[in-house]
Design a protein around this ligand. Structure first.
Ligand code: PM9
Length: 471
């Protein structure tokens, strides 16, 4: 697409409706259980949406992870899987695609994102280190802690406020890094853990100006930047839309430039890369690559497959080429905005600005009478399932877990229920049904009571914890 075409597209969206840049070739039937069946399923799942059977779900907005619809070209690529144990041709396609679009030098495939988080945390962190990051993410922080590090939140304060409309709420507060350096010393900070579109803040982006300024600051202290590139495409879209000097740039150019300010990245290919499974680590420093390659054979698989089948690597390589298309990125974010706008019209409290991969319902404002220790966001996810069979996810006190030192619940400022939109899967009609269900649950809010946790696993408790209804 030419530069002038980007402008034309932007102007056209202002005047007329937009539509997805694809048509549907294969469908998977879904249906809604009766209210009685939903009540039984929710109770059996301990009111945890992760413990529901997928067959009992009507519209599945638990996550955008591994839930994308692949294109006909990706499915065709799957048939060209080279399933050799070593040196599969699909690995080289994957390597080329990452080098071309993200710009990193050394590529190590992994089975999914947390496999790559494990490798980079173990490769770079020495026990006693501090890892500053723009808000925690569950699996990322856990791997940093398991490697002996302490995560320190350095995101701007606005990110913790669901009603603040800062256009780049994922930005790093440079003064917070400077004070950490002054307190612990730069040699105790192996890298900055920077995420593009910050998941737990509501899918909020980092500006190009912020990553540039961050690079300048850390260069003075010899600290690296590693990027969680999981949802960098949405971040690139927000830069294209909101940042001076980028309106005429393509998503692919913005992605490449942003990554250029970082030393490497880990990736859950299950999101942006439009596949159902996969991940990778990419780094520029050959010594870090060597350390990671030594470990990948212990934890994942040989360094040319890292836990993925050849066909899966081919699908990722092709997904990377599709994700950078400007029309794809625009339609992705616009579908989320469509749902968000319906909710805002009904004055339902959500995180603003509307983010890149989900609508985040603000459970503190939704259920002001439910204390955080009675899990308002978990309650809201359970109530939505009970109302319509729509599955969403808690992103509040349950996800935050316990402080490893005190053993107490962490109490995050954001207590959110994430309504996550898979890529290329649902239509606008599905969004209407979801919005109406949220409205129905909102109308009943005053009668709703919270939950009591009755089972709590040690790690990442949100996946497997069980609850009972209070009263
Ligand atoms: N994110 C999500 O639903 C999967 C389940 S919750 C752990 O948002 C980021 C920003 C993620 C992410 C997974 C991972 C881990 C790393 N970074 O799930 O291991 O959002 O592929 O990736 C989920 P994997």
């Amino acid at each position: 697409m030419t530069d002038s075409k980007i402008k034309t597209m932007g102007q056209q969206f202002g005047r007329r409706s937009w539509a997805e840049p694809w048509k549907i070739k294969m469908v998977e039937p879904i249906h809604m259980l009766t209210q009685e069946e939903r009540q039984k399923a929710a109770a059996e799942a301990g009111y945890n949406t992760f413990l529901l059977r997928s067959e009992d779900v009507y519209i599945d907005l638990l996550t955008d992870s591994g839930t994308s619809a692949m294109s006909d070209r990706q499915w065709a690529g799957m048939m060209l899987g080279d399933e050799a144990y070593a040196g599969s041709r699909n690995f080289y396609h994957l390597e080329e695609a990452i080098q071309q679009y993200y710009g990193y030098k050394h590529i190590i495939p992994t089975h999914q994102g947390r496999g790559a988080e494990h490798l980079i945390s173990k490769a770079l962190i020495t026990p006693g280190d501090y890892i500053p990051g723009n808000m925690y993410f569950t699996t990322t922080r856990l791997h940093q802690e398991l490697a002996g590090g302490t995560f320190v939140d350095i995101i701007i304060d606005e990110a913790h406020n669901p009603v603040n409309r800062h256009p780049f709420k994922g930005n790093v507060d440079l003064s917070k890094i400077q004070s950490l350096i002054d307190r612990v010393g730069a040699d105790k900070i192996p890298y900055i853990s920077l995420a593009g579109t910050v998941n737990m803040a509501g899918g909020q982006p980092v500006s190009m100006a912020n990553v540039k300024a961050l690079r300048e600051l850390v260069d003075k202290h010899g600290i690296c930047i590693y990027l969680d590139a999981t949802r960098m495409i949405e971040n690139a879209f927000f830069i294209q839309e909101r940042e001076e000097g980028y309106h005429d740039k393509h998503i692919a150019e913005i992605l490449f430039e942003f990554c250029n300010y970082t030393d490497g990245a880990w990736m859950s290919a299950k999101k942006d890369n439009l596949v159902n499974i996969g991940g990778w680590l990419a780094v520029n420093d050959p010594k870090v690559a060597e350390r990671a390659r030594n470990m990948v054979v212990v934890y994942e698989g040989l360094h040319t497959y890292g836990g993925m089948a050849g066909r899966d690597m081919e699908a990722v390589a092709l997904g990377i080429k599709e994700m950078v298309q400007d029309e794809h990125a625009a339609s992705r974010v616009r579908q989320i905005r469509y749902l968000g706008k319906l909710l805002l019209d009904w004055e339902i409290p959500i995180v603003e600005p509307i983010g890149g991969h989900a609508i985040f319902l603000d459970a503190k404002r939704f259920y002001p009478h439910i204390p955080q220790d009675e899990f308002p966001a978990q309650t809201l996810a359970a109530q939505l399932y009970l109302d319509s069979g729509v599955r969403t996810m808690e992103r509040g006190i349950v996800s935050a877990g316990r402080d490893p030192e005190t053993g107490n619940h962490r109490h995050p400022a954001l207590e959110l229920t994430r309504v996550t939109i898979p890529r290329r899967v649902y239509t606008q009609a599905h969004m209407d049904v979801v919005a109406e269900s949220i409205k129905a649950v909102y109308d009943e809010r005053e009668k709703t009571k919270g939950l009591k946790m009755v089972y709590e696993p040690e790690y990442l408790r949100f996946f497997q914890a069980r609850f009972e209804l209070i009263g």
